[in-house]
Design a protein around this ligand. Structure first.
Ligand code: GDP
Length: 433
């Protein structure tokens, strides 16, 4: 059975969380005579995974100094657990004692999930951001007193258990979909990619079959094509309304790492293309603008450049999306597509180092000083990446209102250039520190 330990300085709420996690089961824990370990270990379960929880707060300590006690607790936890839940008190903020615990955990090489306790209502959620600085990844806001946020925390904890990690994971599989108005060549492109044959076709579970998932292995990478176009061709049911096809496209986008926005080179860019591209952009997916039917265009050395300028002018907000020109019919330039998808998906999931990120921001600030609004100057304190898919950053500032669109855009471009986020949108949030 896997073991999760709850570690943290005194008074962060370890025993409350422990009782929440193990619930009624506390009563079935046997006392070990002579050792003050009763109620320290108990069984818990989540999503049909049964595991043990250690409450290090329940480990009876001598009257040693605090630091020594915390070290002992942490060491027991590190030795015996598969995952450590590092509990902090969101009401008090980070303390020196928390940092001491963090130092011990850094050395452990065990997975650590950060749980910020006493976040009793949604308004308090912003208190979790400072804990990104610990470097253990996403902090989970929880409330032991109200039993909030425990599900998300447990999802993260259980995800680190060896038995779960051992399960076939499709983390490395790149999911992509093709969207575009009818007849741009979505089906033709899917077939071209699959060389006209669908080797393994596995249909998505569920009652409404909105898409066919087709696996593809290329250049040492597993891909899944979420094909909505094929459905329409299969039967009358799917030949339904515009509304239904939009819904299907939205669902496909939702499941994608990368979305190919198809444009017909023969008919040019239409209003509907912009609408469709807008969905993918808003969903925060990586995007590749795919200009199909390139065989129909008489090309000279300028054609591609001219078409590219047209695309850029119509899709200004998609400036991060690379443009690929190809023909599904003749397979001309088709080989450029898979590498572009691979790069776009890597960038979508890319995490950058906090210190390098802050160096980039410092350089940017030196190059283009922060604006002053009504006599007040924007101060940028530090920046941290808070999420991937798409890469998202929080910039801690003195006053978030002073961060105007244009300055945010400037920082975004600096980050983009420095780390090469081709294909993926990136998000920047200003937060008060
Ligand atoms: P979908 O509705 O987006 O799935 O589009 P289809 O794949 O059914 O293609 C619509 C039409 O465009 C068909 O007649 C295809 O043969 C044609 N077509 C698709 N790709 C190309 C291409 O690269 N070049 C040319 N010339 N025709 C294409």
């Amino acid at each position: 059975k896997s073991v999760a330990a709850i570690v943290g300085r005194p008074n962060v709420g370890k025993s409350t969380i422990f009782n929440r996690l193990v619930g009624e089961r506390i009563s079935i824990v046997e006392d070990t005579p002579g050792v003050t370990r009763d109620r320290v270990y108990a069984e818990a379960d989540w999503l049909s995974t049964v595991f043990n929880v250690i409450d290090t707060g329940g480990i009876e300590m001598s009257d040693e100094p605090l630091l020594v006690q915390m070290r002992q607790q942490a060491e027991i936890a590190i030795a015996e657990s598969d995952v450590i839940i590092f509990l902090l008190n969101g009401r008090e903020g980070m303390t020196a004692a928390d940092e001491e615990v963090a130092k011990i955990l850094y050395k452990s090489n065990k997975p650590v999930v950060v749980a910020v306790n006493k976040i009793d209502n949604p308004e308090m959620r912003e208190k979790i951001y400072e804990y990104y600085a610990l470097g253990f990844g996403e902090p989970y806001p929880i409330s032991g007193a109200h039993g909030l946020g425990l599900g998300d925390l447990l999802d993260a904890v259980v995800g680190y258990f060896p038995e779960i990690q051992g399960q076939a994971s499709d983390e490395d599989t790149v999911y992509f979909s093709l969207i575009g108005r009818p007849n741009v060549g979505k089906s033709s492109l899917v077939n071209a990619l699959l060389h006209e044959e669908r080797v393994i076709v596995s249909e998505q579970g569920g009652t409404t079959r909105d898409a066919v998932d087709t696996h593809l292995h290329k250049d040492g990478q597993d891909f899944v094509i979420i094909d909505t176009a094929g459905m329409r061709k299969r039967g009358k049911v799917y030949e339904a309304t515009e509304k239904y096809s939009v819904l299907r496209a939205l669902k496909a986008i939702e499941r994608s790492d990368v979305v190919l926005v198809l444009i017909d080179a023969e008919t040019g860019i239409r209003e509907q293309d912009k609408k469709i591209a807008g969905y993918a952009h808003e969903a925060g997916r990586s995007i590749i603008i795919t200009v199909n039917k390139w065989d129909t265009v008489e090309t000279d050395e300028n054609t591609m450049k001219e078409f590219e300028q047209k695309v850029r002018a119509h899709f200004q907000y998609l400036d991060y999306a690379p443009i690929v020109f190809l023909s599904a019919k003749t397979k001309k330039r088709l080989h450029t597509l898979i590498p572009a998808i691979k790069t776009a998906s890597e960038n979508h999931a890319k995490r950058v180092q906090t210190n390098t990120l802050n160096d980039v921001i410092m350089d940017a600030l030196a190059m283009n000083p922060t604006p002053t609004v009504k006599g007040k100057r924007l101060k940028v304190l530090y920046t941290t990446q808070v999420a991937v898919k798409p890469p998202s950053f929080v910039v801690f500032v003195n006053e978030p209102e002073l961060m105007h669109f244009s300055y945010r855009r400037f920082l975004e471009n600096r980050i983009r250039d420095a780390f090469g986020f081709v294909g993926t949108p990136i998000k920047i949030f200003a937060r008060k520190r």
